[in-house]
Design a protein around this ligand. Structure first.
Ligand SMILES: NC(=O)c1ccc[n+]([C@@H]2O[C@H](COP(=O)([O-])OP(=O)(O)OC[C@H]3O[C@@H](n4cnc5c(N)ncnc54)[C@H](OP(=O)(O)O)[C@@H]3O)[C@@H](O)[C@H]2O)c1
Length: 301
């Protein structure tokens, strides 16, 4: 059995949980989830070949200790790029030579809010991995949705379920390509099984690129609601919000958040398709599954 050490098993989009279920189901892997004392791990007990250790990704010594104890073959870091350098440092000391890292297509954003940190960390990560002779693969998902708990599409669905007006900044023509959480997990499993694809970063996006307006319309249609759109002119809105940000520190909307809705966020997944058969579902299919989750959990009216 291969020992797989996973961070972020409990992440809110459900990528970690689905990855653990898929890997465990194969029977060839022993999975160790690194969680915090506060993590919700009710579901993990029910999964075969999976165990839990309590630690913290800020505590490198403890990571080293556990990686050595478990004789880890592959680390999968789902806890995010901000923790990746600690994970790589621990791998270096513990002598773990293989890792798969979940970063984000946010690194390509021209907006500081979405990319500043990632643009600094990702090159550092690559340098550390190469200097330490770690065999690696990186995936960069787009916006992840689908399990009814993500902080992305879920927020739109709950809003659109309760309001009949939706503001769109500008003409809503920027492209967006959200990815269903199970597709992200499947990409990770495929990489575990296809080491010939390692050594590079893959964009992991949804099956279809759609405009921002179509994205909202698709959620409205899946909900069976009727919603009117108000197109707000971009520059005057940004100007007004920038003043509100100065006057009211707690104003909930930032100008970069508005501008980000007008930035193209569609990313080609051809490399992943060609190397490990990545084949994601469309947003039209995925949103129906997310609405079912929200209904089942009683979040919709
Ligand atoms: N959300 C998106 O749309 C999106 C888009 C692109 C890429 N990504 C990437 O995809 C991955 C999953 O996203 P997500 O939004 O589901 O992530 P998330 O909810 O932010 O999950 C973070 C995970 O890391 C764990 N964690 C955080 N700090 C930790 C620490 N100090 N020690 C130990 N564990 C720690 C959390 O554990 P507990 O909370 O249980 O303590 C949780 O399981 C992340 O790598 C994220 O950067 C997300």
């Amino acid at each position: 059995m291969k020992n797989i050490f996973v961070t972020g098993c409990t992440c809110r989009t459900g990528v970690g949980q689905h990855l653990v279920k898929e890997l465990a189901g194969k029977g060839d892997f022993l999975i160790t989830c690194l969680v915090r004392q506060t993590s919700n791990i009710d579901w993990i007990d029910k999964i075969q070949n999976t165990r839990v250790i309590y630690s913290n990704l800020d505590d490198i010594n403890s990571l080293v200790k556990y990686m050595q104890m478990q004789e880890v073959d592959i680390v999968i870091n789902i806890a995010g790029i901000r923790k990746a350098l600690n994970v790589i440092e621990a791998m270096k000391i513990a002598g773990v030579k293989k890792g798969i890292f979940v970063n984000t297509t946010g690194v390509f954003s021209k907006f500081r809010m979405a990319s500043e940190e990632y643009k600094i960390i990702e090159p550092k990560m690559l340098g550390e991995l190469q200097n330490n002779g770690v065999k690696f693969a990186i995936i960069r998902p787009t916006m992840i949705y689908g399990n009814g708990k993500d902080h992305n599409v879920r927020k739109f669905a709950l809003y659109l379920n309760r309001h009949s007006l939706f503001p769109i900044f500008g003409n809503g023509s920027a492209l967006i390509q959200p990815v269903y959480y199970k597709d992200v997990a499947k990409a990770l499993v495929a990489l575990v099984e296809n080491e010939q694809c390692w050594g590079k970063a893959y964009n992991i996006s949804g099956g279809t690129a759609i405009t921002y307006r179509r994205f909202i319309e698709t959620i409205v249609e899946a909900l069976g609601e009727k919603v009117k759109f108000i197109h707000l002119p971009l520059q005057p809105t940004v100007y007004i919000v920038s003043i509100l940000n100065k006057v009211l520190r707690s104003f909930p909307l930032k100008t970069e958040q508005i501008l980000r809705t007008t930035e193209d966020r569609a990313f080609d997944y051809a490399d992943a398709k060609n190397c490990f058969g990545y084949n994601p579902i469309s947003f039209e299919e995925g949103i129906k599954l997310e609405i079912e989750e929200l209904k089942r959990d009683g979040y919709l009216r």
